[in-house]
Design a protein around this ligand. Structure first.
Ligand SMILES: Cc1cc2nc3c(=O)[nH]c(=O)nc-3n(C[C@H](O)[C@H](O)[C@H](O)COP(=O)(O)O)c2cc1C
Length: 208
């Protein structure tokens, strides 16, 4: 049995293009894998602890065993709990609107909270950076008002796709499929056709 974690980065719910396409993928996936478990995390709904000076102090106090106070331990435990929910997956699905050439700030906040030393990566002088939970895979669903193509002829101002690929590579999570629903800033008929095409591709990918 496989555990899938689905991460929604759009706050737009029923009006979201990326969520519509990811939902088509998910429905086809559920049909093909009825016994698998799915945990949906919308980054706008989940309670994320601030990753601020207090969290960074807590991190160093706990990880370097420098007499962390009880509040510091509790704060670090909040981040670890979110990280462990993320790390529990065998595979991932992300729905990803482009915001100002990158990703929505709330997703970046989620990434900063879940990417924790000791939970999913470590560093040593001898080995450098190492992922602790290799062998996972991810499907990425992108949406943007403008037409930002997938590889190989990617637009140089697109920081959405390269950022997601780089972060996932850091954790040794293989990107096995990418689906782009763009451009969305087009007349309604063209948007409907773009969405339908992306949903069809999503269903076909998930069924395999
Ligand atoms: C704050 C904000 C910033 C955006 N920045 C960009 C951008 O840089 N490039 C672009 O093509 N679209 C941009 N858009 C448009 C969204 O990417 C587009 O509407 C997309 O379809 C949203 O996906 P969703 O419907 O899944 O939320 C932005 C939208 C918002 C709300």
């Amino acid at each position: 049995m496989t555990h899938l974690v689905y991460i929604e980065a759009s706050p737009m719910q029923a009006a979201s293009t990326s969520i519509a396409v990811a939902t088509a993928w998910l429905e086809a996936y559920r049909q093909a894998h009825p016994d698998d478990t799915v945990d949906t995390i919308n980054v706008w709904d989940i309670d994320l602890p601030p990753f601020d000076a207090d969290m960074i102090a807590a991190k160093f106090a706990v990880l370097r065993a420098q007499n962390a106070t009880a509040p510091q331990q509790a704060l670090w435990a909040r981040a670890v709990a979110v990280s462990q929910r993320f790390n529990a997956a065998d595979c991932y699905l992300f729905s990803l609107p482009m915001w100002n050439f990158g990703i929505p700030y709330r997703l970046k906040h989620f990434i900063d909270v879940v990417t924790l030393p000791g939970q999913n990566w470590r560093w040593s002088r001898e080995a450098g950076y190492q992922a602790l939970l290799p062998g996972k895979r991810a499907t990425l669903v992108y949406s943007s008002a403008g037409a930002y193509p997938l590889r190989p002829d990617e637009d140089e101002s697109d920081f959405q796709k390269p950022y997601m690929r780089r972060w996932l590579r850091f954790l040794d999570i293989a990107v096995t499929a990418e689906i782009s629903a763009s451009p969305t800033l087009v007349p309604p008929e063209a948007l409907a056709a773009t969405k339908a095409g992306a949903m069809e591709r999503a269903r076909a990918l998930a069924a395999n």
